[in-house]
Design a protein around this ligand. Structure first.
Ligand SMILES: *Cc1c(COP(=O)(O)O)cnc(C)c1O
Length: 488
């Protein structure tokens, strides 16, 4: 397959500026409300950015989930959806897209990524204590595995925990440790090995094909299956093209098919993979399909819609083909690299190398005066919203779950994630984020900690309520007014 060249543009000035290779045709007005209103909104939302209302949010960098811009082709495809409970033509178009792009013949639709995790955990975790080795957990994957009595073990190389690194593949699964874990645990207690593309919680960091081939070898040696979480597959493939010399001249299609070819089961959230809604599980083996098939009507809906509207199914199909377009996929990683590099140059501690889905700020370093018991990443997320109207997401100890005895488990990293969904923001908005974050870093001593006032037992980061441990937000506002006057 010959590679279709992605569009690359150089600036005469020599500046490294990512150029938008799309135009804006449908727009949404944004609100930038006064800082006093933003403080009220924080109190109303329990200092938890998930609980803010978008009427108070200026730039919504909470997540890339379901927020990537849709293409004109996706929106137009939604108009010819075939509404039917069973046997819809929309489903068959999606099934063909899955086979063309992910190279798997058997496909089960589900309403979003975590529904696939529920089905896989339900089907394969057979007894309490079953262990799933993985490069790193994702919140919803871990919640479903533990819900069915399973456990996980995270097998990254040490470099992955090094925030400020130049390692190109921090998402690599530690193969030496993997083999050790398999031998110690026994294959009968390991339902599958999970690999997550663009490992989300450590900063959207990819693994290499070389690593995946080694994992495959071990899986084959012990007769284990590999389950690939492909929610961020396109971005991982893009970074392989950029960073793994063997694939410098390969196409997105080639790299994606190698990655899925090394997996027995591939699942994904279409909210990320194809900028639509929905999700799916696919496999090349009829036996695996049969093991999972009955659970789709049980949890999701009939096999030809899986809880997804037919319009979204059409958008998903088109979005899957668009994932093969390197120019399109590169837009978000390039904006992220621009933001990470300019912030690093201005002394703001960031996760490096720049990953995908968002820029990740090292809250443990900025808020080194806040103990982990007072949630530095949550505090930074709240403080940044307060002074900018930009909504990021805490990815630290609040996003962790308590252990079986109810003890806090502190996160390896305390990160503020600023998601940069595809083709949504302009460069001046990115510059605003940079400007305000530089200011906040210079005034970091004014940020204080948080404590829980309402802590739900499962996935507490979504709906949990917190409050500041002191009047630090008011003091931060006073300094903001001093420096910015009546500017919003
Ligand atoms: C978002 C995400 C999921 C869950 O997908 P949802 O559609 O939000 O349920 C699973 N894995 C990874 C890596 C993700 O980023």
């Amino acid at each position: 397959m010959s590679k279709e060249k992605p569009v690359k543009v150089k600036f005469y000035s020599g500046e490294n500026i990512p150029l938008e290779l799309h135009k804006v045709r449908v727009v949404q007005k944004l609100n930038l409300v006064p800082i006093e209103r933003r403080l009220e909104a924080l109190y109303e939302g329990g200092f938890n950015t998930f609980r803010l209302s978008t009427k108070d949010v200026f730039l919504d960098m909470l997540t890339d989930s379901g927020t990537n811009a849709m293409s004109d082709m996706q929106v137009s495809a939604m108009m010819h959806a075939d509404d039917a409970y069973a046997g819809s033509q929309s489903f068959f178009r999606l099934q063909k897209a899955v086979e063309d792009v992910l190279k798997k013949k058997y496909f089960l639709p589900v309403h979003q990524g975590r529904a696939a995790e529920n089905i896989l955990a339900c089907a394969y975790i057979k007894k309490k204590g079953d262990l799933i080795p993985m490069n790193y957990h994702f919140t919803t994957a871990l919640a479903h595995i533990t819900q069915y009595g399973g456990r996980i073990v995270e097998l990254l190389y040490d470099e992955a925990y090094n925030i400020d690194s130049a390692h190109p593949f921090k998402g690599n699964l530690n193969v030496e440790k993997l083999e050790q874990v398999i031998v110690e645990t026994g294959v009968e207690n390991i339902p599958f090995i999970r690999m997550e593309a663009s490992t989300n919680l450590i900063g959207g960091q990819p693994f290499s094909i070389r690593n995946m081939r080694e994992v495959r070898k071990i899986a084959d040696k012990y007769g284990l299956r590999i389950v690939l979480d492909a929610s961020l597959l396109g971005e991982n493939a893009y970074l392989i093209l950029q960073r793994e010399p063997e694939f410098a001249d390969s196409s997105m299609a080639e790299v994606i098919s190698i990655m899925t070819g090394l997996s027995d089961i591939v699942y994904f959230s279409a909210r990320k993979l194809s900028s639509s809604r929905g999700g799916g599980i696919c496999t090349g083996e009829l036996k695996i399909y049969r093991e999972l098939e009955a659970l789709v009507p049980l949890f999701e809906g009939f096999l030809t819609y899986g809880g997804i509207s037919v319009r979204e199914i059409e958008a998903m199909a088109v979005g899957l083909y668009e994932t093969l377009d390197e120019t399109m996929i590169s837009q978000s990683p390039q904006f992220i690299a621009y933001l990470v590099n300019s912030l690093t140059a201005k002394g703001v501690p960031m996760v490096t190398p720049p990953g995908v889905l968002g820029a990740h700020v090292d809250a443990m370093s900025i808020c080194s005066h806040i103990p982990q018991t007072q949630y530095p990443a949550g505090a930074l997320a709240a403080a940044f919203f307060l002074i900018s109207g930009v909504r990021g997401m805490e990815r630290g100890s609040i996003s962790n779950q308590r252990d079986e005895e109810g003890n806090e488990t502190y996160a390896d990293m305390e990160l503020l994630r600023l998601a940069v969904p595809r083709r949504v923001f302009t460069l001046s908005q990115i510059k605003y984020v940079e400007d305000r974050l530089v200011w906040l870093n210079e005034n970091r001593s004014l940020i204080g900690g948080l404590k829980f006032v309402y802590e739900p037992p499962v996935l507490r980061f979504f709906m949990g309520g917190l409050e500041p441990v002191s009047d630090w937000p008011e003091r931060l506002i006073a300094k903001f007014k001093e420096d910015f006057g009546d500017s919003l």
